[in-house]
Design a protein around this ligand. Sequence first.
Ligand SMILES: NC(=O)C1=CN([C@@H]2O[C@H](COP(=O)(O)OP(=O)(O)OC[C@H]3O[C@@H](n4cnc5c(N)ncnc54)[C@H](OP(=O)(O)O)[C@@H]3O)[C@@H](O)[C@H]2O)C=CC1
Ligand SMILES: O=C(O)[C@@H]1CCC=N1
Length: 271
Amino acid sequence: MKIVFYGSGNMANAIFTGIVNSKSIEPENIYLTNKSNLEVLEGYHESLGVSYSYDDAELLKDADYVFLSTKPYDFLKLAERIKPYITNDNKFISIMAGLPISYIREHLQVDNPIARIMPNTNAHVGHSVTGISFSTNFGPNSKQEVLTLIEAFGTALEVKEDHLHQVTAITGSGPAFLYHVFEQYVNAGTKLGIEQSQVEESIKELIIGTGKMIERSDLKMDQLRKNITSKGGTTQAGLNALSNHDIEAVFLDCLNAAVKRSIELAEAEED
Ligand SMILES: NC(=O)C1=CN([C@@H]2O[C@H](COP(=O)(O)OP(=O)(O)OC[C@H]3O[C@@H](n4cnc5c(N)ncnc54)[C@H](OP(=O)(O)O)[C@@H]3O)[C@@H](O)[C@H]2O)C=CC1
Ligand SMILES: O=C(O)[C@@H]1CCC=N1
């Protein structure tokens, strides 16, 4: 299987690194390209053993899957670049937030199968949650191949295309929202008077340990929380203070803003 990444930035990097680490595809069968940053391509060739090229005819020849991994507003220039070289073998996988399959097809001007995926950068460590939606002409064998590819860097969640806006907000952007919460937690912890570096190290370990508890325990998160909350103790006091703030409303505001932006990205390109 030959796969090609048009775009080798933050998200593509997490995907192809996850695929290489999973050993599911020989690195030399993974081809990278980008707009002009040759140094980046040479770096990945050195570190991961992947191939790279700027020759679109070479890249797309016999390419089974072609990842469209540019920012949404760079897609039109990408479409112009690759249109002359697309072959019947090429099945497209778009990671571009907001851009509908119909829009991608309109500008590639081909009937090739197109899938949209919404991964996140936890693909680096094989734990992406990736929403996926297929065009109607994506055959069952190819669908399975794509799902297997995605499972090389995390879990796949097949959804209706319209629901990719919500998936983008909840899990595509999700790691950034959680990083922001963790940063505020470190700031608060430091304000208690402990050395910032000690607070940062201990909260990093707290997050990793809590993640592993969620991964390994059979208990749901509310029970895991209750198991820490001794009656009349420190945790209950802290949770009482937290309940004075509508945390759910804060996150709903955050997620709705991300969904709104995803819809705007789709509408902006379709205008
Ligand atoms: N970052 C994330 O966590 C997530 C991002 N996404 C989606 O992934 C896509 C990329 O985002 P991200 O990786 O953060 O962006 P980056 O800016 O990190 O990467 C963009 C890449 O696109 C390349 N590029 C731009 N124009 C062209 C072109 N004409 N031909 C080939 N390559 C081109 C750039 O090349 P060069 O460096 O040479 O300019 C660069 O490698 C976006 O659509 C985003 O919505 C989806 C889920 C999560
Ligand atoms: O911020 C963005 O638009 C991209 C899509 C999801 C995460 N990053």
